[in-house]
Design a protein. Structure first.
Length: 162
């Protein structure tokens, strides 16, 4: 399953829906993670907060390919995308294992193929390096075997990079 998380305007919604199995719009109309860890223990992979991203753990957990389209926010995701990723901690369990020769949480859904970030907006070389490192670390933590980051100068390049 191919999932796209994005913070683009409505004009891109139909194009994105044609390119994947599931689209998550980072519109900020949901709550931040409260750190209760209920998605780990009480009701695995489901957030107790009743809003539009309640099932985000299961959606991301079942994605073989995850594409995140975000504007640059000082070398990382914008706050709306970051909130979605924070709320998806339930894709793993509280148990630990070794992955990539380091300790990580055990994956609830197994390994996945590709974590890809498409980044737009003004970005310095230092911020690019930070984003590359962030992409690599997120891919390992979420159980993705491959990662890629693409920097685009204009949103018209989005479709060609999905």
């Amino acid at each position: 399953m191919k999932v796209i998380i994005h913070s683009l305007s409505e004009e891109y919604e139909n194009m994105l829906k044609e390119k994947c199995d599931y689209v998550i719009k980072a519109d900020g109309k949901y709550s931040n993670c409260r750190g209760c860890f209920g998605c780990w223990t009480k009701h695995p992979a489901e957030c107790y907060i009743k809003d539009s991203i309640k099932q985000v753990c299961r959606i991301i957990g079942q994605a073989d390919e995850l594409i995140i389209i975000t504007d640059n926010f000082y070398g990382t995701y914008n706050p709306e995308i970051k909130c979605i990723l924070d709320r998806s901690i339930g894709i793993s369990t509280p148990m630990s294992t070794y992955r990539a020769k380091q300790m990580h949480h055990t994956l609830r859904y197994g390994k996945h193929n590709l974590w890809k970030n498409i980044v737009y907006g003004d970005i310095s070389e230092e911020e690019k390096e930070t984003f590359k490192y962030l992409t690599e670390r997120n891919a390992i933590n979420f159980g993705y075997q491959n990662n890629d980051v693409v920097f685009i100068s204009d949103l018209s390049e989005t479709e060609g990079n999905i």
